[in-house]
Write a protein that binds this ligand. Structure first.
Ligand SMILES: [Mg+2]
Length: 259
């Protein structure tokens, strides 16, 4: 198997090395990751500056770009053939609920899925003292499962692992994306030494809505959460409920109705 490993914490992060080591028994493993931390880079693609690959010996490369750039350069440039699997992580910290839309870790797996390659993202839910070995062991088992059973088309898996030793993990749960509760303390306002205001995003610890089958709930129960995500973001129920807007909007636009 040819396996491409990336992340958004950067090529030098401990999580990506442990992940690559865990997968090495399955085949050829390439690390292609950002040259520095690009957490919360989301699905950004670099279009207005040259990208450069740097080799760190063996199959380890960095890119001066985003996680999405890394997957693109790897699949369409560096690798001699399409990889069989893309794994992104192990991220320092969880990617739960709405946070997946900001996540560079998840976006690397998103990009892999867009390119038609089975992909998953894996994150260790902690702020420090990361037990990456637990996530790495699980990543190998999941990779073997995907190799055997493959993934549904256009679906990627977002995996979050509680920060526990393997014996502390209560089980595995297929979950839905949870929902954060944002509070006004999420933005911290301060004053710099020159008397000008500045702002810091994400200062407070955020809570989430109680939802039995959510990724947050699984983590709270010391279970590994696997959330299947799809590329198609369309809300099909809303297509039906909004359909009656079509004629009204068309009519009003043509009538040049002013407010
Ligand atoms: Mg990160």
């Amino acid at each position: 198997m040819l396996i491409l490993v990336s992340n958004d914490d950067g090529v030098h992060s401990q999580g990506i090395r442990i992940l690559a080591d865990a997968l090495r028994g399955m085949g050829d493993v390439y690390i292609i990751a950002p040259d520095r931390e690009r957490s919360a880079a989301s699905h950004a693609l670099t279009l207005h500056k040259p990208l450069r690959l740097e080799n760190y010996g063996g199959n380890i490369y960095s890119v001066n770009g985003t996680p999405t750039d890394c997957i693109n350069l790897g699949v369409n440039g560096l690798l001699h053939r399409k990889p069989d699997l893309i794994v992104s992580g192990i991220n320092r910290g969880g990617n739960l609920g709405d946070d997946v839309t900001y996540s560079g870790t998840v976006s690397a797996a998103f990009e892999g899925t867009l390119l038609g390659i089975p992909s998953f993202a894996i994150s260790q839910v902690a702020d420090d003292n990361y037990k990456f070995e637990t996530a790495a062991r699980f990543a190998l088992q999941l990779a073997l499962m995907i190799k055997e059973q493959s993934l549904p088309a256009d679906v990627l898996l977002n995996v979050n692992v509680p920060n526990l030793d393997i014996t502390g993990i209560k089980g595995i749960k297929i979950t839905r994306q949870g929902k954060r509760i944002y509070d006004k303390n999420a933005i911290i306002e301060k004053v710099d030494p020159r008397g000008k205001k500045y702002y810091w995003i994400g200062g407070s610890r955020l809570s989430w809505e109680e939802m039995e089958d959510s990724d947050f709930a699984a983590i709270e129960q010391d279970m590994i959460s696997i959330t299947p995500l799809r590329l198609d973001l369309t809300e099909y129920n809303a297509i039906k409920s909004l359909r009656n807007w079509e004629a009204t909007l068309d009519e009003k636009m043509k009538a040049k109705v002013m407010i």
